[in-house]
Design a binder for this molecule. Structure first.
Ligand code: BES
Ligand code: ZN
Ligand code: ZN
Length: 492
């Protein structure tokens, strides 16, 4: 892992070092953004002639004294706040992976700004080389990242950045792992190994236990695969916790669609249909490592959705954990079936808040594009997640759960159907309405529902376009920081 440090003053222009300095445009002329390094050589650079630009994230390298490098990065027109600094640092770090020591000399207004720079840089330098065969050397040679700031960044703040970054990288690793390698039991084994040194409780339901305990949704979806499904529950129970947060993740290790088979192009990328499970798991790991005083339970609903002679059929009726029956009209709407079990089980413990995370619908990307997560649920939960997302600079958008759409899911035989055949309107919202049926009550008299938020991350979970900011190609690890921030809020 890259070593992250903060310093008030840096020895400029040393070998194997790149110093990152901002470039802005003031009355159509390029200018260096305020920095600490005092150097005539630097101030005399002809920015226009060098081809520097103020456009956000555009970057050029200039050969500097003593064999060092100055990297000039455009900062755009927006205010250089924490979120922009995190993104700029990510972009710079991606461009400077060949350099051993990267130093950021950008303006910071407080220690949070400085920490965000370190965080963005470490996230931007993610790569996975495990699956290279003959060419297995990675492109990233950076050993250290230093932020120059007059504001003292505490050791605890740097430790937090390291913990968060490590978990986001682990999430990306899981998402990027090919589906021949990552199947439900393999995922459960990875979880068991990772939590061992952390002293967390883990419970794994195999297919026999799932049947015994009534998890008909996970079983039905996993039934078509030769590699059976799993439900994994991880508990972090610190002393003194007053609040209980339940996290439920969709963990489809590959979504072929099942018998309602996806077309060839639609199937590519469906290894990332387990991102929700990876995200909630690594969020719990982060929260545990940070020792936040909140009881957190993660429920990973793991299955491989495959067509076969043992696969579920359209028109099958299944019964899930809370006793409700579901008529399966499209086996490709499988995420909601495994989540029906996960949300039911999570509800049994009556936590203060349930958040589920899922690459649930293609409709989410139609509505919101690839950078925003769709957010639905109860009002207090929505406020908590919105505040947390704002705090971390992640993008969520509150979507409605329109009551009139619920009747589209009426089934003649079962309590509910999993889709309305032929309907294309409001796909993300209908999925949200479906999930709501599996949220239990907070009180004994069944009057108040448990606070619940649903994050549809089908868009931002995976980036198959060019990298931007600290977001690399492939799995992004989005929403992990938001979930951790929600837990921080509950700990206060
Ligand atoms: N995993 C998909 C959703 C998805 C699609 C995520 C594209 C990321 C990119 C999900 O299981 C699915 O197939 N949903 C169907 C639901 C439909 C049958 C109601 C969809 O979105 O088409
Ligand atoms: Zn599907
Ligand atoms: Zn799916």
């Amino acid at each position: 892992m890259i070593k992250l440090t903060a310093t008030a003053k840096v020895a400029a222009f040393t070998k194997n070092q790149a110093i990152v300095i901002g470039v802005k445009s003031v009355s159509k002329k390029l200018q260096l953004v305020e920095h600490t390094i005092d150097s005539a050589w630097l101030s005399e650079l002809n920015l226009e002639a060098l081809g520097a630009s103020a456009k956000a994230e555009s970057i050029i390298r200039v050969s500097a004294p003593n064999g060092s490098v100055v990297a000039l990065i455009g900062v755009g027109n927006d205010e250089l706040d924490e979120d922009n600094l995190r993104e700029l640092a990510g972009a710079a770090a991606r461009a400077l992976g060949s350099i051993e020591n990267i130093v950021f000399d950008l303006p910071t207004s407080d220690a949070r700004d400085a920490a965000a720079i370190l965080e963005g840089a470490a996230l931007g330098q993610y790569e996975l080389t495990t699956y290279k065969g003959t060419d297995s050397t990675g492109s990233i040679k950076t050993k250290s990242v230093t932020v120059v700031s007059a504001h003292k960044v505490s050791a605890a703040a740097i430790a937090k950045v390291n913990i968060v970054v490590e978990s986001i990288r682990a999430t990306r690793d899981l998402v990027n792992t090919p589906p021949n390698v990552l199947f439900p039991a393999a995922f459960a084994n990875i979880v068991a190994k990772r939590v061992k040194p952390l002293n967390l409780e883990v419970q794994v339901w195999d297919e026999k236990a799932l049947a015994k305990d009534g998890f008909g949704g996970i079983l039905a979806v996993g039934g078509g695969s030769s590699r059976p499904p799993r439900l994994v529950k991880i508990d972090y129970r610190p002393k003194g916790a007053k609040k209980h947060l339940a996290l439920v993740g969709k963990g489809i290790t590959f979504d072929s669609g099942g018998l309602s088979l996806k077309p060839a192009e639609g199937m590519v990328g469906m290894k990332y249909d387990m991102t929700g499970a990876a995200t909630v798991f690594e969020a719990l790991v982060t929260i545990a490592k940070l020792a936040l005083p909140v009881h957190v339970t993660a429920w990973l609903c793991l299955a491989e959705n495959m067509p076969s002679g043992t696969a579920q059929r359209p028109n099958d009726i299944i019964k899930v954990r809370n006793g409700k029956t579901i008529e399966v009209l499209n086996t490709d709407a499988e995420g909601r079936l495994v989540l029906a079990d996960g949300l039911s089980a999570a509800s049994e413990e009556k936590p203060d808040l349930i958040i589920d995370v899922a690459t649930l619908t293609g409709a989410a990307t139609i509505a919101l594009g690839n950078r925003y997560a769709g957010l639905m649920g109860t009002s207090e939960a929505i406020s908590a997640v919105e505040a947390a997302a704002f705090d971390t600079g992640e993008l969520v958008w509150h979507m409605p759960l329109p009551a009139e759409l619920r009747s589209l899911l009426n089934s003649d035989l079962a309590d509910i159907a999993n889709v309305k055949i032929g309907n294309r309107a409001g796909g993300m919202l209908i999925a949200g309405l479906f999930l709501r049926e599996f949220i239990g009550f907070a009180d004994k008299r069944n009057e108040k529902k448990i606070e619940w938020a649903h994050l549809d991350i089908a868009g931002p979970a995976n980036n198959d376009a060019a990298p931007y900011g600290h977001t690399t190609k492939g799995g992004t690890g989005v929403m992990l920081r938001t979930l951790v921030s929600v837990a921080e809020g509950m700990a206060r």
